[in-house]
Design a binder for this molecule. Sequence first.
Ligand SMILES: Cc1cc2nc3c(=O)[nH]c(=O)nc-3n(C[C@H](O)[C@H](O)[C@H](O)COP(=O)(O)OP(=O)(O)OC[C@H]3O[C@@H](n4cnc5c(N)ncnc54)[C@H](O)[C@@H]3O)c2cc1C
Length: 374
Amino acid sequence: MELTEEQAAVRDVVREFAGEEIRPTALEADETQAFPEDVWDGLAELDLTGLTVPEEYGGYDAHPVTAAVVNEEVAYGMLAVATALSVHSLATSCIAEFGSENQRERWLPEMAEGRPVGAFALSEPHAGSNPAEMSTVARRDGDEYVIDGEKQWITNGRRAGVYVLFAKTDRDDPSSVTQFLVPGDVDGLTVGEKEDKLGLRASDTTSLTFDDVRIPAENRLTEEGKGLSAAFHILTGGRIAIAAQSVGLARCALDEATAYSREREQFGGPISDIQTIRHKLAEMATRTRAARLLTRDAARKRAAGDAALEASMAKYFASEAAMFATNEAVQIHGGYGYVTEGEVERLYRDAKITEIYEGTTEIQKTVIARELLE
Ligand SMILES: Cc1cc2nc3c(=O)[nH]c(=O)nc-3n(C[C@H](O)[C@H](O)[C@H](O)COP(=O)(O)OP(=O)(O)OC[C@H]3O[C@@H](n4cnc5c(N)ncnc54)[C@H](O)[C@@H]3O)c2cc1C
């Protein structure tokens, strides 16, 4: 649990930014479904858009525990912003780990400064939990690849200037998935309308349609057929980020519920005097803390090597803790928890997605069981 001095200093800076600049915009961003671009620019000024960019390309190159701390604090402010940041970081991680020197120099310094925003395009309308069933194809044609297909649920879809794209080089071969870099301004790419979602409403989630999109062969990030293993490797870090964001949400719900329980009076005293309410708070606090311990443990393992098991455990547990804590926070607020002026209603709607994206809870359990049994 102990953070280094540097990590604690980063936490304090990001906590202040989340409290002063992110959280006050959350209600309006949720209502209007507009991503707060000023907040993004503020994250860039704090070097956080370069979280996973190596220092030689102008990034912060954060230790995984530091990255988890940042994700927790930003999500405390607003999950939609934390999600946009973690997906941008997935894209910069892919370029940093798999890109050529030219690709790194071309994209990473600018992305570290916040723009272009990056996106990670793996899921498709008919291929979510099993991306090997994807049907997007990148056919080699001389010095180019020609891409046809459709991606679904792409975070930062409209905001992005560059997409890390996964496509098969052979339509009939599930093992031919390959990773590419597609600039946002290529001919033949159509970005769909923003999805109208239950929560995470300020986040920009869209489809992407590729119709005869031509990119130079040098935009390939991995060797042909190495795309899926690259995606899973990067998603281990992504799952730790979502776990940390879930901790941030749960903590925010706990703080709101604790404060409200002190203020709200029924039966002649604050509801915080009622043992049932006290037990709810105790359980929220315990699950939140346990989720943070699992998340930081996974981050430490990630720094030392592979952490697929720990990342799945952390994401599974922390996302359920976020659902539990936000549900209890609504309950503790009674009717006031059910209306949109209060914050806990948004937290409750936002929390659900943590159990779905970057691998559903069922998929996390499948990974955990596989690691145990094989
Ligand atoms: C808001 C949002 C943002 C997203 N952002 C991105 C993004 O930036 N990039 C990206 O590539 N994707 C993104 N996704 C996609 C997300 O990762 C997928 O939705 C998720 O992986 C689940 O895939 P699916 O929706 O196709 O569900 P399905 O795979 O169809 O699953 C449906 C249900 O079946 C269960 N199921 C499926 N297979 C199994 C199995 N083998 N064992 C047990 N249960 C199983 C699932 O757990 C689930 O409950 C986003 C999704 C949302 C909603």
